[in-house]
Design a binder for this molecule. Structure first.
Ligand SMILES: Cc1cc2nc3c(=O)[nH]c(=O)nc-3n(C[C@H](O)[C@H](O)[C@H](O)COP(=O)(O)OP(=O)(O)OC[C@H]3O[C@@H](n4cnc5c(N)ncnc54)[C@H](O)[C@@H]3O)c2cc1C
Length: 410
């Protein structure tokens, strides 16, 4: 491990040792970018609240965006165990920067997985270099948590698809060149189709950017499709693959949300702990008061446990384990709920300072909320995880301490 890579960490960085030398060098470089460029300008990015082009171009130039893309198209096809580390480093200082990296998965994964060879050759190198951008358009006014409620229709007419419907909350709506749009086949509502739509397509309207609580620097918009024509050759996967392609992108993006929440929470503890060392009250430093120490103890212990879970989810994804999806849900649920709690407690520990806009925790606090909502809210993941656990119990051998066949009349 390079010495620089874990400088400043409260407990060092044990997961780094599982990365190879090139991967460790990438983490060290991202840490350098976070320290020298992205961290110092994070408050300004948040204040301006327009797309963080400088950060995006820097991350593209340094090959960080390219970690999401295959080698044959100019990327480095990074393992998820590296991607989560990169996102954690960025989340520690700037949610917008972390989002630019997770967003590459969300908006481009389906193109990597499902575009025609021609489209891959045409789009992926430019997406990887950051010359163009894509957006992921799934959510609709009537379909957020319940994505199967989609009502956008995609009708085939010769070599074209005709798209009608609305999408909302679409990240990079104002900057994307291509939109991955998921809708239902007009002839068969059970058939989901994903197709690429260029931003200049006739009948396609993009709303102005919509104001929001946090994640400034990565704006969202609503989209409207009125008889928008897309080419059948721009479809992703086969007809019927739309939902699965979206899910694959979402699994990776959920691990991204988890890592971003962890990184931010780790940064929040570092900031709060530094304040506790400096702040004197009741005759000693805040850090010498047991009540405050216990708060920090809970934070760092739970954060390390959550990091282990996120890492495990990434390992499962990299090894093709079929449980990767459910572990991504668990990792997102655990890390994002904990992230919100840790940032709230860190702000509490810094008193009135933490509440002020020129202190970073105010921004961290506002940014933390979206991780619990986007890419499936915590409640949705609880539902998925709970349902999965009950399904597994049905197939397990009975627990050896249970005597009876049926437990109904126990
Ligand atoms: C800043 C931002 C960026 C986004 N970017 C994109 C994007 O790029 N592309 C895209 O397609 N979408 C995007 N989204 C949409 C995002 O994925 C949805 O907001 C999210 O999935 C939740 O859907 P919803 O907002 O419609 O909430 P709803 O579906 O209305 O749910 C509201 C709340 O109900 C609760 N809930 C839901 N289901 C259950 C249940 N079964 N049991 C108990 N409680 C439940 C949850 O607390 C949930 O938060 C973005 C959203 C935001 C805010």
């Amino acid at each position: 491990m390079t010495a620089n890579a874990c400088a400043g960490r409260l407990f060092g960085d044990h997961f780094l040792s599982r990365l190879n030398v090139d991967e460790q060098a990438m983490v060290a470089n991202v840490r350098r970018l976070a320290r020298d460029a992205l961290g110092p300008r994070a408050a300004e990015v948040a204040q301006r609240d327009v797309f963080a082009w400088d950060n995006f171009r820097l991350l593209a130039r340094e090959g960080v965006i390219g970690t999401a893309f295959p080698r044959e198209y100019g990327g480095t096809d990074a393992r998820q165990v590296l991607r989560i580390r990169i996102i954690e480093e960025l989340g520690r200082v700037c949610s917008a920067s972390a989002s630019l990296v997770t967003g590459a998965d969300l908006s481009c994964r389906a193109i990597v997985a499902g575009a025609s060879d021609d489209n891959k050759a045409r789009l992926l190198p430019a997406l990887c270099r950051g010359d163009i951008q894509a957006a992921f358009a799934l959510t609709e006014p009537g379909a957020g948590s319940d994505v199967r409620g989609l009502s956008t229709t995609i009708r085939r007419e010769g070599d074209d698809y005709v798209i009608n419907g609305r999408k909302k909350f679409i990240t990079r709506g104002t900057t994307a060149d291509w939109f991955m749009v998921v809708g239902r086949a007009a002839h068969d509502p059970s058939c989901f189709i994903a197709v690429l739509v260029p931003r200049d397509a006739a009948g396609f309207a993009i709303s102005p950017e919509v104001g929001k609580l946090g994640w400034a620097g990565v704006p969202i918009s609503s989209l409207q499709f009125k008889d928008v024509r897309a080419q059948v050759s721009d479809r992703l996967g086969a007809e019927g693959d739309g939902f699965d392609l979206a899910q694959d992108a979402l699994i990776r993006a959920r691990m991204g949300h988890a890592s971003m929440a962890l990184g931010r929470a780790i940064g929040a503890v570092e900031i709060a702990a530094a304040y506790m060392v400096d702040r004197k009250l009741f005759g000693k430093s805040l850090g010498e008061h047991q009540g405050a120490q216990w708060m920090v103890a809970d934070m760092v212990t739970q954060l390390e446990a959550a990091r282990a879970l996120v890492h495990l989810a990434a390992e499962k994804y990299d090894s093709g384990d079929p449980d990767a999806g459910i572990f991504a849900s668990m990792a997102k649920l655990q890390a994002t709920d904990l992230g919100m709690k840790v940032v709230t407690d860190a702000l509490q520990l810094t008193g009135g300072r933490g509440y002020l806009q020129d202190f970073p925790l105010e921004r961290f606090f506002r940014d933390a909320k979206l991780n619990q909502i986007g890419e499936g809210s915590s409640e949705v993941h609880k539902t998925v995880i709970g349902r999965d656990a009950i399904r597994r119990v049905r197939t397990l051998e009975r627990h050896p301490c249970l005597k009876f066949e049926s437990l109904e009349n126990y």
